[in-house]
Design a binder for this molecule. Sequence first.
Ligand code: FAD
Ligand code: DLZ
Ligand code: SF4
Length: 508
Amino acid sequence: MVRLVLVLGDQLSLDLSALREADQTSDVVIMAEVADEASYVPHHPKKIAFLFAAMRKFAVRLAQDGWQVRYTRLDDPDNTGSITGELLRHAAALGAIEVLATEPDEWRLISALEDSPVPVHLFPDDRFLSSHAEFDAWAEGRKALRMEHFYRLMRRKTGLLMEGDKPAGGQWNYDHDNRKPAPDSIDFDGPMRFASDESVDAVLALVEARFGDNFGTLRPFWFATDQAEARQALDHFITHALPKFGDYQDAMLSGNRFLYHSVISMYLNAGLLTWQEICGAAEAAWRAGQAPINAVEGFIRQIIGWREYMRGIYFREGPDYVTRNALGHDRALPAFYWSGETDMRCVAEAVEQTRDEAYAHHIQRLMVTGNFALLAGIDPYQVHEWYLAVYADAYEWVEAPNVIGMSQFADGGIVGSKPYVSGGNYINKMSDYCRDCAYSVAQKTGAGACPFNLLYWAFLDRHRRRFETNPRMAQMYRVWDRMDATRRAHVLEGAAGVLARLDRGDRV
Ligand code: FAD
Ligand code: DLZ
Ligand code: SF4
């Protein structure tokens, strides 16, 4: 009896549970480029091109390995436009009555598969280090779900950077060494770039024709599109950038879009790389004396700590997580998130590079675009949709806890113990953006004052009832209260002016 084996666009791993469960001699792999997946948000063209190109190459690889593969291209005349539609169509053609699939990493698609007219047998996605059950067992009964505690469990579980039962170097976390401001120059010219081939060119033409109007620049397209290339990109990072990753992890620099970041999240999330090979390579570099412990620990923490923790939160909190709005924010997302047309240099840089590369690093996402949205009281669902659309690594399981939780505090404090908000001083300390900005970061009131400065205090004032008793915020309320009353009034007036300009659609 023929069974179908579904492989989704972010399941491009030879060691996928559904493939392990299948019988290569009789089962048929189904892969499909479909309108539903390509348009649930207006994805960045580079993201769509990356996934389609990588999917096509993965299908070829599976066929070379002996699988029978039915691959639907977006422009195939018979394409039904949805994953479940494709399953139904192929099931009818092949006489299949069952589908094997690895659990998708999004509630929407899980429920579509559960409702599929052809019964789908779901297997856990064991490409992650932690299962849902393990995360829930860790979370159960805890007052607060702090990533650091979960991370230590993962260090012990994997043995990464462990010396017996003790953390290598004597500390679990070297973050205090990792907050250096931007250096004047960077001696790393960014991630490895790959030339396109005939198969990538065909995808680029398709994406240009079908998604050319979406936000984002398609060309030059330079992403890796198969496992071998993704591994080269990883090696390039480990050799040339990892040693300084820790030091400058939080820094931002005009015109330098990648600093010492790895730019591998899109490959890891799509299945072209595994956490084991990434963390194994980083640890090996440390053991060989090629990268310092603060860099390697900081990097490994992002992957076995933050990444796994975020996935645990997404599945534990359930499908309604993306609609949470603990702070009651309801302002529309400003148009400059799509156009970059703002006088705030930091925001313009983040949006422009997002448009060009489908990439921004963590601090740009958190402390520039995220910080501004939170301070300005933007509807978190609209913020979530923006992040899900514009980054090549964005899938709901990882994007939503980062946006709804960490960045917008819309989950009321599950991911973060306090909101990530700051005035312009933080951005000025960590970047060189303020030098070329129309606003003055030193100015706290008046027409030329940095909007982050104004909105920061207005945010604290607006949410006083919720945050003044938070021990990590009490100090800022004391500073605000000690401020001269006239100055406070000018700050609030200035902030109201910025928000009114946003509401009118005037340039900010
Ligand atoms: P590096 O800085 O080199 O870090 C190494 C790896 O660690 C990354 O490739 C990634 O796999 C992992 N990592 C680091 N931080 C996180 C984190 N907070 N959560 C999960 N994994 C992490 N990451 C995504 O993969 N997809 C998203 O849609 C996404 N949306 C985000 C939205 C916001 C508002 C914020 C603040 C962060 C978001 N992140 C997301 C996390 C992080 O910004 C990206 O993983 C990182 O910028 C990817 O670039 P990189 O590969 O150069 O990472
Ligand atoms: C993101 C995406 C896009 C743009 N297109 C496809 C597609 O055409 N076919 C497919 O199988 N997967 C695609 N994906 C990835 C899915 O949206 C992803 O599997 C779910 O969001 C679960 O993470
Ligand atoms: Fe951003 Fe304010 Fe600095 Fe301008 S002055 S770059 S708005 S932080």
